[in-house]
Design a protein around this ligand. Structure first.
Ligand SMILES: *[C@@H]1O[C@H](CO)[C@@H](O)[C@H](O)[C@H]1NC(C)=O
Ligand SMILES: *[C@@H]1O[C@H](CO)[C@@H](O)[C@H](O)[C@H]1NC(C)=O
Ligand SMILES: *[C@@H]1O[C@H](CO)[C@@H](O)[C@H](O)[C@H]1NC(C)=O
Length: 282
């Protein structure tokens, strides 16, 4: 139930965000023409907002502005929630999820569980620009990025390794396992034997208790409308602390992490991605 409460909390935030955008565009008596361009994003990431704004001032389109803004956060490792050096998975590795959507063409490029690549949203834009696909994942997305001229790097930092080590030392609590043995310790994990009751397997601390803190849902989601009225939305994140390797959140899923449509506006969401992607809040 806890997790649904959090998802709802975020959903409401998102609705109000959507209303702001929609009323800016279509609100009676508001003349949007004189107000373009516009950029808004989640959380206090002023340098990211500034980077997107500067890009718009220089005549970039909305897509390139969102990429510029989210890239700034990847460089800065905003709140350790975007780019390298944050949210180590169970094995200590940081992996990235990101998407970009063009509200004029309805094109989307996205990457999930991207490994050893810092510039997740730029790789997402490459998926949009240089392929007919929408979403690429894991090591094979890394190979694609390499072929497009991106450079591999180690996404771990002393901060993320330290965070991971502390979690290991605390018997890998909290974690995202459910109904497995051991229930309150580090893996390897296995399915319960037939004789074990699920009731005996309530796995350790609840990681979702952590999700209401700023530290655990600080994905950047950004929306820009350029001078010619085209709209774009994008996201970039390194996911959740101690996620199970291979997990992909809502951020690279159109309709979950972000959506943009010139005809309707755009929205972005952040929160418990595992829950949000079931409801497509954007
Ligand atoms: C934002 O940019 C300024 C100027 O480059 C820098 O001093 C500051 O540390 C940046 N903020 C963050 C949160 O990194
Ligand atoms: C990546 O960097 C971390 C921290 O500096 C280090 O512990 C780890 O061994 C490195 N991984 C690889 C594959 O080089
Ligand atoms: C969006 O961009 C295209 C060119 O890419 C332009 O023709 C169009 O006028 C722009 N604005 C809107 C609202 O579609």
């Amino acid at each position: 139930m806890m997790s649904y409460t959090h998802a709802l909390f975020v959903f409401i935030l998102h609705i109000s965000l959507l209303q702001v955008v929609v009323s800016l565009i279509f609100g009676e008596g508001i003349n949007i023409k004189g107000r373009l361009p516009i950029v808004i994003n989640t959380w206090e990431f002023p340098n990211a907002t500034q980077a997107a704004w500067t890009s718009l001032q220089q005549g970039s389109n909305a897509v390139d502005a969102v990429v510029a803004g989210c890239s700034e956060c990847e460089d800065e490792q905003c709140h350790h929630g975007v780019g390298p050096g944050g949210k180590p998975d169970e094995s200590g590795e940081t992996t990235l999820d990101s998407m970009i959507m063009d509200g004029q063409t309805m094109d989307v490029g996205a990457v999930g569980c991207l490994r050893r690549m810092k510039s997740a949203i730029a790789v997402a834009r490459a998926v949009m620009k240089y392929t007919k696909h929408t979403l690429m994942v894991g090591d094979l997305a890394t190979n694609f990025a390499l072929s497009m001229g991106f450079t591999e790097m180690n996404l771990s930092t002393s901060y993320s390794i330290d965070l991971w080590q502390k979690w290991k030392n605390g018997r890998c609590q909290p974690n995202f396992r459910e109904n497995v043995t051991p229930a309150s310790d580090c893996g390897p994990y296995s399915r319960p034997s037939k004789r074990q009751s699920y009731n005996t397997l309530h796995n350790g601390d609840d990681p979702e208790a952590d999700l209401s803190s700023k530290e655990n849902h600080d994905t950047i989601g950004m929306i820009a409308i350029d001078a010619s009225g085209n709209i774009s939305a994008g996201t970039s994140t390194n996911g959740l602390n101690h996620k199970i390797p291979g997990r992909v959140g809502d951020s690279p899923i159109p309709g979950a992490g972000a959506y943009a449509d010139n005809e309707a506006g755009a929205s972005v969401a952040t929160g418990n991605g595992d829950i949000m992607m079931r409801f497509l809040p954007t």
